[in-house]
Write a protein that binds this ligand. Structure first.
Ligand SMILES: O=C(O)CCC(=O)C(=O)O
Length: 242
């Protein structure tokens, strides 16, 4: 990222990095995902632990261009803690309201962790807990686009600057949405949206056509030193980077 892009990330909570993943790699990623869907009979629109299921995604997460971006967004060593495919296609079309990403993936539940880690849940067999804003503010999410996304196919919408106000309660989310402009993240295949988990985001249903997709690989990275001693990060595809 240029200095200007890093300033955008700090001020707005997101930045678009253009043409990071070459098209031949995008094609390999699409094929690897399609194989996993076929072989494991997965639902094709929201696949979790994607990096562990698709070697090509694990390699991407460990690759130089991705490591460089994450290294600029996170101080010190980091690791991949969640990887998800989000696709919108005919028959699997969905919307999601305004929210912040508060839950982190960990190895095991703990009864003794500090009270600012709360609201446990389980997603696809992996324990999740909501984390304090201080930790979420140090994390980085990369959304790698395997298809163009624009108003027609349910792109991500974000509210710039909303990441900087900590964890927002429902009335505060309503106020942010009422008073601030939303930005449509229009990205091309191979582009990456780098965002902070605390940014308010949402997305509307797509208008899918025969055979259309809106595939996004969501990679969530965290600082390895971020957790209290009672908790350990879920290590998606052994991806620790130092
Ligand atoms: O990909 C989308 O359209 C929405 C994803 C989302 O809401 C999330 O990552 O929390």
């Amino acid at each position: 990222m240029s200095a200007e892009e890093m300033e955008t990330l700090a001020a707005d909570g997101f930045v678009v990095c253009r043409q990071v993943v070459p098209l031949d790699r995008v094609e390999r990623l699409r094929e690897c995902i399609a194989d996993a869907v076929r072989e494991e009979a997965l639902k094709p629109f929201g696949i979790r632990s994607l990096a562990s299921r698709c070697p090509e995604v694990g390699q991407l997460a460990r690759s130089e261009p991705i490591g460089q971006l994450v290294g600029q967004a996170i101080d010190g060593s980091f690791q991949l803690v969640r990887s998800i495919l989000f696709d919108k296609l005919p028959g699997a079309n969905w919307s999601v309201g305004w929210h912040q990403d508060l839950s982190i993936a960990v190895k095991a539940r703990s009864r003794n962790c500090p009270p600012n880690f709360r609201n446990w849940s389980e997603k696809d067999g992996v324990p999740h807990v909501q984390a304090p804003a201080e930790l979420l503010g140090r994390m980085a999410t990369l959304r790698i686009h395997l298809d163009d996304a624009d108003t027609g196919n349910g792109p991500l919408l974000v509210i710039p600057g909303s990441h900087a106000s900590g964890r927002l309660k429902s009335p505060e989310i309503d106020r942010w949405v009422g008073k601030n402009r939303e930005v449509t993240c229009a990205l091309k295949t191979g582009d990456i949206l780098l965002m902070r988990p605390l940014i308010l985001h949402s997305s509307r249903r797509a208008t899918p056509t025969e055979g259309s997709h809106r595939r996004v690989i969501h990679l969530e990275f965290a600082p390895t030193d971020g957790l209290p001693s009672e908790l350990e990060w879920f290590d998606d595809a052994n991806s620790l980077r130092e």
